[in-house]
Design a protein around this ligand. Sequence first.
Ligand code: NAP
Length: 511
Amino acid sequence: MKSPDDCILVIFGASGDLTKRKLVPALFDLCCQSLLPDRFAILGVSRTELSDDAFRRHMVESVEQYSENKPVDSAKLQEFAKQLHYEALDTSSAEQYEQLNARLSALAAKYGTLGNFLYYLATPPSLYEVIAANLGHSGLSRQGNGSGWTRIIVEKPFGYDLQSARELNGSLLQAFREDQIYRIDHYLGKETVQNVLVFRFANGIFEPLWNRNYIHHVEVTSAEHIGVEGRGGYYDRAGVIRDMVQNHLLQVVGLIAMEPPSSFDANAIRNEALKVFQALRPFTAQECEESVVRGQYMASTIRGEKVRGYREEEDVASDSRTETYAALKFHIDNWRWGGVPFFVRAGKRLPTRVTEVVIHFKPTPHRLFGPGADMYHGDNELVIRIQPDEGILLRFGLKLPGTGFEVKDVGMDFHYSELSDTYVPSAYERLLLDCMLGDATLYARGDVVEACWAFVDPILNAYEGNPNLKLYGYPAGTWGPKEADALPREYGEQWRYPCKNLATDGEYCEL
Ligand SMILES: NC(=O)c1ccc[n+]([C@@H]2O[C@H](COP(=O)([O-])OP(=O)(O)OC[C@H]3O[C@@H](n4cnc5c(N)ncnc54)[C@H](OP(=O)(O)O)[C@@H]3O)[C@@H](O)[C@H]2O)c1
């Protein structure tokens, strides 16, 4: 494994939730595997007044709570904490960047980091453009004198719609070059998502089947059992299409559907992903009604406990029409996927937490094994489980021992947990390390993000411009509106339900 260049990482939003729950614990976990640069320092920046020592104390507590490397090695953690520093400033104020500049110069001199700087934007999204512009104006976005590099990681959400994503890209590009910009999609940092590429392109047996001749349809599900968990204010403006479909689930579709890249290089892979998104058949307003089902969770009882409906959540409007569930049917208009429907669904307060891709193969052309109406179909499934219990399951038919030819559906099941001696890094560990190494393969390129927005924009516009378009209530703890079943039913199919509904009451209704 290559070692990253010496550098200083500046976290904007250092007093926030993401820094404490994900970023600093991930950096400590990298430290435990000796994957941080030899000369390395972290500068946390936000408005809250904190001394270096107070920031260190907070971060030590966060690492103890959120590190994946339990039990935490406290001697190592104390050593790691020495590299943490803090500067209180208002990043929206251009004048304060002189103070930042002076602090960075002092840290670079102290640690000998050769002018390499990595900026991480973990602030509210409204500050992304402001911080990038201020870094540009103060000269902090420039690549260091000759040898050094400067990179910027931008958190999600990347824009609110196509126009705002274009504006954000435009603003970032005023201060940074595209190859300095790393747009995070933490789904791409997940081992099992990356494994889609290896599974497809390192094995000879599946790729010949990976097309319209053998695949009947593709299903992508991202179910969460939790509700909005105190993030009602953000969620009520976003909804599941912005929060999950536009970014994470389309990125997964990109990896499932792309052509083999000619090399394993960031641009080669992102070029192929872009072609998939450009081939997505655009939705007309009429198709939005027919091919998209939106839902919102309602109060119910799960395992004897009352669960609030979405409209009763904190900071959610009591007449909100924001979707907490969406199911989409769409097509990719290219040679490989012509005629193959893709079904994607995502939702909150579903019966379980699972993200999986199911490749449904076409049935055998002739059914041989009975009895009668129960003739075995042979429509094999390949299930790629992204989380939890990451793994791959191939379902096929086998003869039941005994007389006759009765066929039983069986599975060949691989679980990542079986590789127990292999450390599986968290998405943030992988992404932070890749950025320090200058590898953008698992980051979204500007044109790719815009292509994804271009696909979902007509759906968002159709619903936002027309309150008469349907929104269905579903009891929390169920698999969403029953109307979603109509999407695969059109092809004689049904969604895969990894478990049963949990709600014992609650209402299915039209809102
Ligand atoms: N939390 C997550 O799990 C998560 C997951 C995915 C993506 N994200 C994204 O990551 C970003 C941060 O999320 P978060 O949950 O950490 O938010 P948060 O807890 O509200 O933190 C926001 C941070 O920004 C700082 N800040 C706000 N205005 C500032 C200003 N004018 N100057 C300097 N610092 C300022 C705040 O510190 P002060 O108030 O001290 O200034 C705080 O440190 C968001 O864009 C979010 O969408 C978060």
